[in-house]
Design a protein around this ligand. Structure first.
Ligand SMILES: [Zn+2]
Length: 144
């Protein structure tokens, strides 16, 4: 699908790639490896984008993940309970299982969504970072 192609925000969000260059992963480990699940890189390896523009930057991401998880949970339980006629307990048990498996991914996607609100894709981000010799920090922010 076109919206999941490189250059689209959805690509950066669901693949958890750097919002600026869409090349490097934002986290050091895979979402499904469950190793160091919350260890986010400080900067992009490829374009040097700062992933922590200010202290407490990802506070808002918590609300995003909360809202999406809540709506997903309601839909999930209603689907299994009403359409597939599962018992309430079984529907919730499956929901908890699914959320446990995707917990790390949801956490990461929420952060990727959040940083994508403020940072836009720049196809030349990597060249620009090379030209600057990877020394400048603030200049690459907010596309200026
Ligand atoms: Zn990057």
């Amino acid at each position: 699908m076109a919206i999941f192609r490189k250059g689209q925000k959805a690509y950066s969000i669901f693949h958890i790639k750097c919002p600026r260059c869409h090349e490097s992963d934002m986290f050091a480990t895979s979402s499904m490896s469950f190793k160091a699940p919350f260890e986010m890189k400080e900067r992009c390896d490829k374009c040097n984008e700062d992933f922590f523009p200010e202290p407490g930057y990802y506070y808002g991401a918590m609300f995003l993940s909360y809202i999406f998880t809540a709506w997903f949970s309601i839909g999930f339980v209603l689907f299994f309970h009403w359409l597939l006629k599962w018992s309430t307990a079984a529907s919730f048990a499956l929901l908890i299982g699914v959320l446990l498996v995707f917990f790390v991914y949801i956490f990461r996607v929420a952060r990727a969504m959040y940083i994508n609100i403020h940072v836009s894709y720049d196809p030349h981000a990597i060249e620009k970072a090379k030209n600057k010799g990877m020394t400048s920090t603030a200049a690459s922010h907010y596309g200026k």
